[in-house]
Design a protein around this ligand. Structure first.
Ligand SMILES: [Zn+2]
Length: 59
């Protein structure tokens, strides 16, 4: 078992680590297991602790 709580949020559907895609300042999350893009909103909700700990976004 590896520690998955390092730098990668997890897929809200399958729980696998997501691939973070950054384009022009916008972030998208792609799941290689589901083979589809995941909504940033859903990724955030499913990884609340992750984003609370690591997010430095200006609002
Ligand atoms: Zn998935």
């Amino acid at each position: 078992m590896t520690d998955i709580q390092n730098a990668t949020p997890l897929c809200p559907d399958c729980g696998k680590p997501l691939e973070e895609l950054v384009a022009c300042g916008a972030r998208d999350y792609f799941c290689n297991s589901c083979n589809e893009l995941k909504s940033k909103t859903r990724v955030r909700e499913a990884n609340a602790a992750f984003f609370a700990a690591s997010s430095k976004e200006n609002h």
